[in-house]
Ligand binder design. Sequence first.
Ligand code: UDX
Length: 441
Amino acid sequence: PGAAVRISVMGCGYLGAVHAAAMASLGHDVVGLDVDTAKVADLAAGRAPFFEPGLGELLAEGARSGQLHFSSDVAALTAAEVHFLCVGTPQRRGENSADLRHVDAAVAQLLPHLKPGDLVVGKSTVPVGTAERIAEQVRAVEPAATLVWNPEFLREGHAVADTLAPDRLVYGVPEGPAGERAVAVLNRVYGKAVAEGTPVVVTDLTTAQLVKVAANSFLATKISFINAMAELCEATGGDVVQLAEAIGYDARIGRRFLNAGLGFGGGCLPKDIRAFMARAGELGVDQALTFLREVDAINMRRRVRMVDLAREECGGSLAGRRVAVLGAAFKPDSDDVRDSPALSVAAQMSLQGADVVVTDPQAIANASAKWPDLVFAETVEETVRGAELVLLLTEWPEYVALDPARVRTLVRRPRVLDGRNALDAETWRAAGWSYRALGRR
Ligand code: UDX
């Protein structure tokens, strides 16, 4: 710990930009690389190209200290000794498998610049087997460089804190001296967290890649489990919020990630479980993961159920109904709208003829770029004015804290559907609202 490491970070999306800024804040010399010149210009000027709490401050600090640089010229990485691969692995169009074109492009750019002793550190979420393939490529051009896998578990909205103080570090390294040296270098990179007692799991490349998809599959399964219980509650008159509380007290189960509602979205969980199933199929063990098909199906059913509830509340048809949607991001504290449950519900209601207006504190720009046919408003007031139905679809704190009595004066009919079980039902009912939520009486 203590000694600065010269680092390059390939890919400056949610993962790479935060990683680069966080590593510089630890005292390392960092260059972040991205093919998107507009993004590089923003980052170099100390501006966060997307909403992530705390990132702006870290970028400004990095620019001041002179330890954080950004470039779209790959030659800028030649000074670095540790190269992090942080590019995206989106779902392939029309298929479940991961699209590795950004990984392959980054590796192809990196290879000609590798020097003896360099460490290439994969952080992207990849189908198991990808790291072994990249290790071969690295070995072929520079036998004295090493490829390791070091998956990242950060959550959007908490990315800075998760990067600086992770729950655990996972190092997938080759056997022998090269692996031992790699562990020592990673311990220098993460010196602060290691000194603070962060658990480090040192394993092989294969296990390291699997850890990441296993963790995301488990989290997705937890959410879909509680949402399946919500379906049971809806059929029986039970209450899924109390059920989650009660089973969550069992420390073996735990209360976290048992929030029933619209289910999971975003750029990770949905595509990661699908890519994992696709990979299992290629490996001939698809049966091991067929349960993830159910996890995905339960998750997608919640969106349908939400639209059905909205239609029911509007007397059987959404046609011509003025509906207000609070939330567009896939979760609070993010401007990310990839696979956003909120937007898919809004779009479906709009397709069924509803007059939908959507608002979000951070995600309107991204949402309107992806969903040009939806109508967006900047303020809650504009969004709910004249509404016959209000839907809370992303639980931003400012929406949860809304005063139901005030909102009531703006709407045409005080009916609210809580898609995230986030509002206080009693308060809203006391203010004269008809309140309904997924999985509750
Ligand atoms: C996830 C993992 O948490 C993270 O470890 C991994 O590195 C990337 O994928 P992220 O996609 O940022 O992170 O969001 P997360 O906080 O996990 O939420 C995912 C989705 O699940 C959101 O749409 C959220 O609304 C939903 N969710 C989460 C629930 O519906 N219920 C819950 O109890 C928790």
